[in-house]
Design a protein around this ligand. Structure first.
Ligand code: 2AM
Ligand code: CA
Length: 265
């Protein structure tokens, strides 16, 4: 498989998508809700996903596509080459802030991450990794992750998970949020994962994400020696919704063993 060529195409298309998104800032968005009133989608999310699908089908008709907005294939397995695409990760931020959102593309072969691309459109920052070849920010190598303790760590975590909620026992999260140096919530899983990759935050936890939210970030973080699992410490399968715990190796282990071990996840 010619990964360099797939990578070059993916990079070119994600930049083109960024241009389209930037020019949409001057136009009026058509905003709809999906599963609940806070689960938003715009015409741009849909147009960008369709843009990628057209490009991929044109050059790689044998590849499969899993996209958040449902224009791709209905996949029952990750056999072969699969593109996992979130055309806009952080749609609420895109609508309200025109920043703090990203385009996220992971390319997997038989369930193994090969290429991860996350484009922070507002900052024109492209995070990029090919498995085994390092991770880069706008072409500049990102250093390997350093280990941190909980006390000296910034934890990216949505406030939802530290207050009473219907998915998990929030009491498990309170000591972790209390012991960390600080917590941050950015509202975009893809960027929160590249913040882990670049050491801007030390860990990211979410209780419910979809494969397109974490497929690209997982490739980038793992390339830098970081660990990506669910909150039970199990590997992600990239086909189903799951929780995500990602951090540098030492911190990941401490969070799992000392903080999350009693959770009924
Ligand atoms: P999205 O903007 O692509 O929907 C917000 O905390 C993060 O969680 C974003 O990355 C957002 O992705 C994702 N997210 C929001 N609602 C979600 C849902 N119902 N299922 C899975 N991920 C979701
Ligand atoms: Ca999205």
């Amino acid at each position: 498989m010619n990964w360099e060529s797939i990578d070059a195409h993916a990079k070119q298309w994600i930049k083109e998508a960024g241009d389209k998104i930037r020019s949409s800032f001057e136009k009026t968005l058509n905003i709809e809700t999906k599963s609940n009133p806070n689960d938003l989608v715009t015409n741009i999310d849909k147009e960008i996903e369709q843009f990628f699908i057209g490009k991929i089908r044109g050059v790689y008709p044998q590849h499969k596509i899993m996209g958040e907005e449902g224009f791709g294939d209905e996949l029952k397995s990750l056999e072969g080459i699969v593109w996992l695409i979130d055309p806009i990760d952080g749609t609420m931020n895109f609508i309200h802030q025109q920043r703090n959102f990203a385009v996220s593309i992971g390319v997997y072969e038989n369930g193994i991450g090969k290429i991860g691309l996350i484009y922070d459109v507002a900052h024109d920052e492209l995070y990029h990794a090919i498995s085994g070849e390092g991770a880069y920010l706008n072409g500049k190598p990102i250093p390997l992750l350093e280990e941190t303790t909980v006390k000296e760590s910034i934890l990216a975590l949505n406030a939802t998970w530290v207050m009473e909620n219907h998915r998990i026992d929030h009491n498990i999260m309170i000591p972790l949020a209390r012991d960390a140096r600080g917590t941050r919530s950015y509202g975009t899983a893809a960027l929160e994962m590249v913040f882990v990759a670049t050491g801007r935050v030390d860990a990211y936890i979410s209780m419910r994400l979809s494969p397109w939210d974490f497929a690209a970030g997982a490739v980038i973080i793992q390339e830098l020696g970081g660990i990506v699992t669910n909150v039970r410490g199990e590997p992600l399968d990239f086909l189903t919704l799951d929780s995500v715990l990602t951090a540098n190796r030492g911190l990941h282990q401490v969070i799992l063993k000392d903080y999350l071990k009693d959770g009924k996840w």
